[in-house]
Design a protein around this ligand. Structure first.
Ligand code: SF4
Length: 222
């Protein structure tokens, strides 16, 4: 495990610094929809490779039309496409949304299952989505959701040394204390969208710079 004080210092600083910053789209939907696992699942499916504002607007339009797996499973794929456009890969995502809702109705009695093993059987759902549903929808303290931001920043900080997000998830279980696991996604995604950007991270304005090894960072601002 990394020095626990180091992780604690970074996480506490981030917790303070992200106050007032724009939340990631799925977190916003989670807050506004009383942590409904179904809406978190669908919003996360829509969010892949899509700007936050676009995800949020598309999810809102879709949930206005259908709020439950049963009602959403009855929509035509074409209508879902229209509702979620312009999220990226909207045609694929519309098919996944429909198939996912049908499976929830047929196999899980219209409810979102609460285990990793069951969640990843749903069409279009991988570990990232399943982890976020478990954390936000079921209040799990035993999962880490790793997306591209979490993967990038964990490596820059030197908490892990990995090539793929899947490896990062497993490495973070080993290198951080479990009390931080449910918060890692919120803190690092918010930081990644505002400060530790993929290209030209704002190291000069970064509150955790003294604790960051900046591994792999070549071009930065500040
Ligand atoms: S110091 Fe730079 S690389 Fe490190 S977290 Fe901050 S912005 Fe990212």
């Amino acid at each position: 495990m990394r020095n626990p004080q180091h992780v604690e210092r970074v996480m506490r600083t981030l917790g303070r610094e992200i106050t007032g910053m724009d939340l990631p789209a799925v977190e916003k939907i989670s807050e506004s929809q009383a942590e409904d696992p179904f809406q978190i699942l669908i919003a996360t499916l829509l969010s892949a490779r899509t700007q936050d504002a676009t995800t949020h607007a598309a999810s809102t339009r879709l949930f206005k039309r259908a709020r439950t797996p049963r009602s959403m499973a009855r929509l035509e794929v074409k209508e879902i496409e229209t509702l979620i456009y312009p999220v990226s890969f909207y045609r694929n995502k519309a098919r996944h949304v429909k198939a996912c809702c049908e499976m929830l109705v047929d196999r899980y009695r219209g409810r979102v299952p609460a285990s990793m093993e069951e969640l990843v059987t749903l069409p279009g759902v991988g570990r990232k989505t399943a982890n976020l549903v478990l954390i936000l929808g079921f209040k799990s303290g035993q999962n880490i959701c790793v997306d591209t931001h979490v993967h990038r920043i964990s490596n820059r900080l030197g908490w892990v040394k990995t090539r793929l997000p899947e490896e990062t998830e497993q490495a973070l279980y080993r290198s951080t204390e479990s009390r931080w696991w449910p918060l890692l996604n919120l803190y690092l995604v918010t930081w990644g969208q505002n400060v530790c950007r993929p290209v030209y991270p704002r190291c000069g304005d970064c509150a955790i710079a003294p604790d960051c090894r900046k591994i792999g960072v070549r071009r930065k601002t500040g």
